[in-house]
Ligand binder design. Structure first.
Ligand code: ASP
Length: 585
């Protein structure tokens, strides 16, 4: 038996007994008379000690132990004279009577403790060492707990877990596919699923009624802190349901996860139409942890002779409570901030409601105090507040204001990690105009159903058609999204037509789905949660990397095993992939 206890287990009650432990040497402190070793495993840290009674050779061996070596030790548990209140095992220590080195460690490239001294790249290269750090171990344990909890809840609601294939035919979800050459079918390729969308719809046609899967999806997109080329979804689909049923079911799942994993009661989730989210928060994923909504003052500021406002389709702003005291320097700095290319505003107008009751602004030349008051009224601003205005094109300006709002929320500490404000954003547009391709594309995906009352607009005014599509947004992060699906082959054909597919192209790409719909398709709807994002939200992290065991870097590389890598020519030839001429030939 390698161990009788784990390194997180021993307490005062074990004193006087023998224990055998195994783990990694975190640290050795040699104080001459006494020598202490911190022994670590997944469960915790236990202090080992040698003193005057320890046999000389064990004392000698212990003093030579390198950090991160794997050892097995035996000894007697005793109460510590110097207790460590920060460790669950901090009341006790084990006096060594036997020590066996199971595996000696080379000097690790960085320190293995919560605040490591290793840089990002180094820690990615030695991910297996980074993963020894307790913070990362806790993230992965949280992930496992959430997956387990979701599985249990969904199974209890009658959802059936079905595995769908990883080698499939490409399904458009708006990103590029990763492809896999087929050796047995020269010149042909599988795609890795961007999501199991069509497959789960076919499971509904097959009568499974309620499906879920915790599933890897693959999208070849540019990477950001919340995107990885492969990521995990909790993917779900239900038959004989309407949008309301889906929202209620998955609100139930989300609330259960908050309750069970975080001990948080979120209450029921508000529902906000997409158009309202854009108008009030400048984003389709509003962060509701704080207010500071946008107000549109286009009409109030036009015609006062200020050319910027007069020429703009939209002028709007936010009211930042209690910030009238901002200095010239702070305002200049904010102006620079909104002018950064990522935000793209051309300038920033400010109005201060000073504590003496006066109003001052950067547009005093054009607006008298009464006119400024009229603007302030639209923001329900009070003494001490600062109003910030941007103007320009409607979409871009709202977006810039949305980002400015988040920035001010950060500066004022209004975005606490442990506060959770979920909502459903509903009534998304069905289509968006793709400027580059000069055609309409599906905002969610081509299988999303238009709202029945908007179907007549499909041909005449496609941009106005709203979809039965919804997103779950928590703290400004899109955590899940889904839609009611089209289950009528005629409507699906009409949709493909709007999306610019000829009947032949539609037949070639989606013929099997259309065919399936001819054999009796139930009305169905579903959703997928971005599981990595959900875990990182629960863990209070900004990046999804640290909730993934072996993530890729921003260039899509696995730094540890150095993938992707070139293939030998023979392997390429076997896959009928053009072989590069050998160097020098
Ligand atoms: N397949 C969709 C996605 O991956 C989710 C859904 O519509 O169920 O975003």
């Amino acid at each position: 038996m390698y161990r009788t206890h784990t390194c997180g287990e021993l307490r005062l009650g074990h004193c006087g007994g023998e224990a055998t432990l195994a783990g990694w040497v975190q640290r050795v402190r040699d104080l001459g008379g006494m020598l202490f070793i911190d022994l670590r495993d997944r469960y915790g840290i236990t202090q080992l000690v040698t003193d005057g009674n320890t046999p000389g050779e064990i004392r000698e061996q212990a003093s030579r132990l390198g950090r991160e070596s794997v050892v097995q030790v035996r000894g007697t548990v005793r109460e510590r004279s110097n207790k460590n209140r920060n460790l669950p095992t901090g009341d006790v220590e084990v006096t060594l009577s036997a020590l066996r080195v199971l595996s000696a460690a080379a000097l690790p490239p960085f320190t293995i403790q919560n605040d490591s001294d290793g840089g990002d790249d180094l820690r990615m290269k030695y991910r297996y060492l980074d993963l020894r750090r307790p913070v990362l171990q806790q993230n992965l344990m949280l992930r496992a707990q959430m997956a387990q909890s979701a599985r249990t809840w969904l199974s209890a609601q009658g959802f059936i877990e079905v595995e769908t294939p990883v080698l499939i035919r490409s399904t458009p979800e708006g990103a590029r596919d990763f492809v896999v050459p087929s050796r047995m079918n020269p010149g042909e390729f599988y795609a890795l699923p961007q999501s199991p969308q069509i497959l789960k719809q076919l499971l509904m046609v097959a009568g499974f009624d309620k499906y879920f899967q915790i599933v890897k999806c693959f999208r070849d997109e540019d990477l950001r802190s919340d995107r990885q080329p492969e990521f995990t979804q909790i993917d779900c689909e239900m038959s004989f349901v309407e949008q309301e049923d889906v929202l209620n079911t998955f609100e139930g799942l989300t609330r259960q996860l908050f309750r069970e994993v975080k001990g948080v009661e979120t209450g029921s989730f508000p529902r906000m139409p997409y158009s309202e989210a854009l108008a009030l928060y400048g984003s389709d994923k509003p962060d509701l942890r704080f207010g500071m909504p946008l107000a549109d003052v286009s009409e109030n500021v036009r015609g006062k002779g200020f050319p910027v406002f007069d020429g703009a389709a939209y002028t709007g702003g936010i009211c930042v409570e209690g910030c009238a005291g901002y200095s010239r320097k702070q305002l200049d700095e904010l102006t620079e901030w909104v002018k950064r290319p990522q935000i793209g505003a051309r300038g920033l107008v400010w109005i201060k409601l000073n504590s003496d009751g006066s109003l001052r602004s950067s547009i005093d030349k054009y607006f008298n105090e009464e006119e400024l008051k009229d603007i302030a009224f639209h923001f329900r601003a009070s003494t001490g507040d600062l109003i910030l205005l941007l103007s320009g094109d409607v979409c871009k300006t709202r977006n810039a204001l949305g980002q400015l709002r988040l920035e001010m929320g950060n500066r004022l500490g209004l975005r606490a990690k442990e506060s959770f404000r979920p909502l459903w954003v509903v009534d998304f547009p069905l289509l968006e105009w793709d400027d580059e391709a000069r055609r309409w594309s599906a905002m969610h995906h081509p299988f999303t159903s238009p709202k029945p009352e908007d179907i007549p607009l499909l041909e005449s005014n496609p941009g106005q058609v709203r979809a039965n599509a919804y997103d779950l947004v928590i703290n400004g992060v899109e955590i899940g999204g889904g839609s009611v699906r089209i289950h009528d082959p005629a409507l699906q054909s009409a949709m493909f037509k709007v999306l610019g597919f000829t009947p032949d192209q539609a037949e070639m790409q989606f013929g099997f789905l259309m065919n399936a719909f001819r054999y009796g398709a139930p009305p169905h709807a579903g959703i997928a949660f971005g599981f990595d994002r959900m875990v990182s939200l629960f863990a209070g992290l900004d990046s999804i990397r640290d909730v993934i065991a072996f993530p890729k870097n921003n260039a899509g590389r696995d730094m540890m095993n150095d993938a992707p890598s070139p293939l030998p020519q023979e392997q390429l030839a076997e896959l009928s992939i053009a072989v590069r001429p050998a160097a020098g030939s």
